[in-house]
Design a protein around this ligand. Structure first.
Ligand SMILES: C[S@@+](CC[C@H](N)C(=O)[O-])C[C@H]1O[C@@H](n2cnc3c(N)ncnc32)[C@H](O)[C@@H]1O
Length: 379
């Protein structure tokens, strides 16, 4: 039974484990920054297509003791690489190395690449070439002390690249993180939802996909589609099922609305929403959050106000943004709000007491996903 590792942002591991139950994975075990699981190849395809909070899905090919270069070369050679690709395909090796015989990732990655290419030359007289950007076979080497694991990466481009975002907002939320936070908030998929500082609209789009039972990977390509041993029939079945599910629930999206005071953000959000074919589901407005009158009274509010590190905003305007959000939240009658915050000094400007604080990383920044019960638990 193939063994897999799905990677996610630190703090989303429990969400990922829940999601893995939904793709019929077995022997699921949470790990730091991801989860291990088992399943047949179709489980791997389903994981790529359906996991909202994961950034990659990798299948373990071999593991073993590796004390030096020769051990690593022999371990790599023990895999029959012609099962996966031909010499006409491309590959790339990416390494994560710690406390091993090698000081950096480059040398052991090169050893793996050489061992694979030498195997092809021996049997075919030709070898695959390296393509660092879009390899047919992305390989991951994890080398820790004297243990090595080689994976093949089913995803190719990271899974958060859904395909709806052409233009980048200054500090967009990674789509997999946004989806994971929606799941972590326990939104029921039916209550009305709003983001008063929506930027490029990631929460809005990911929430709509969730409500409509739309697989986040529909419409994008995966590396495994180019492999020799891919069970194309099983993949087609997985894909058809996902299309059927999306068609069944396409009209079941609750009212969703977003707002941002920045015209550029609204332009980018509008474009992404069009690309995601959600223009008739999500309403956008451009004004200050404090003045925003959503087109309906939102039950659920998810938002990610600026917190400095990336936007480089000066302190006064940061405080002003948080006060503005506080005003918007105080104006609600009965709602549950979740706010992503990367700086605890800012939250007091909301004038609310958090009912729950969940640590989660946004890139290098350790953040809190704060839950506020409005009309109930406020100061
Ligand atoms: C960190 S970004 C949000 C990113 C967003 N989650 C995304 O996925 O692209 C913060 C956003 O808050 C907006 N913002 C800051 N102060 C605001 C205010 N007072 N009213 C409305 N929007 C505001 C900024 O324009 C910016 O787009």
């Amino acid at each position: 039974m193939p063994r897999f590792f799905a990677a996610c942002t630190l703090g989303l591991e429990e969400v990922l484990v829940d999601e893995l139950h939904g793709v019929e994975a077995s022997k699921i075990r949470a790990r730091r920054g991801g989860a291990e699981f088992e399943g047949d190849l179709a489980t791997g395809y389903r994981a790529c297509l359906w996991l909202r909070s994961a950034t990659r899905v990798q299948e373990e090919l071999v593991r073993g003791a590796v004390r030096d270069r020769d051990d690593l070369y022999a371990l790599t050679e023990s895999v029959d690489w012609s099962i996966f690709i031909t010499p006409r395909n491309t590959l790339a090796v990416d390494g994560a190395v710690r406390d091993s015989f090698a000081n950096d990732t480059r040398y052991p990655s090169l050893v793996v690449k050489d061992a694979i290419c030498d195997q092809f030359v021996r049997f075919d007289g030709e070898r695959p070439s390296v393509d660092r950007d879009q390899p047919d076979l992305p390989i991951k080497l994890v080398l820790q002390r004297d243990r090595a694991i080689l994976y093949r990466d089913l995803s190719g481009a990271p899974l958060h690249k859904r395909g709806y975002r052409e233009v980048q907002h200054k500090s967009p939320l990674n789509e997999a993180l946004a989806a994971g936070l929606v799941l972590l908030s326990d939104w029921d998929g039916e209550s009305t939802l709003a983001d008063p500082m929506c930027g490029s609209g990631t929460f809005l789009i990911e929430a709509a996909f969730l409500a409509m039972d739309r697989a986040p990977g529909l419409g994008r390509a995966f590396a495994f589609e180019r492999w020799q041993d891919t069970d194309q029939e099983a993949w087609q079945q997985v894909y058809d099922d996902a299309e059927e599910r999306a068609a069944r629930r396409q009209d079941l999206c609750p009212a969703i609305a977003g707002n941002d005071h920045h015209p550029g953000a609204i332009t980018i959000a509008t474009r992404a929403i069009q690309q995601a074919q959600l223009s008739d589901r999500i309403q956008l407005t451009q004004t200050d959050a404090r003045a925003w009158e959503p087109p309906f009274e939102p039950d659920w509010i998810l938002t990610n106000p600026p917190y400095g590190a990336r936007l480089q905003t000066d302190d006064d305007s940061l405080y002003e943004s948080w006060r503005s959000l506080g005003n918007f939240l105080h104006g609600r009658k009965d709602a549950t709000a979740h706010v992503l915050c990367g700086d605890p000094a800012l939250t007091r400007h909301l004038g609310l007491r958090a009912a729950r604080k969940h640590p989660v990383h946004n890139g290098p920044i350790e953040c809190r996903w704060l839950r506020y019960e409005i009309g109930g638990g406020e100061d």
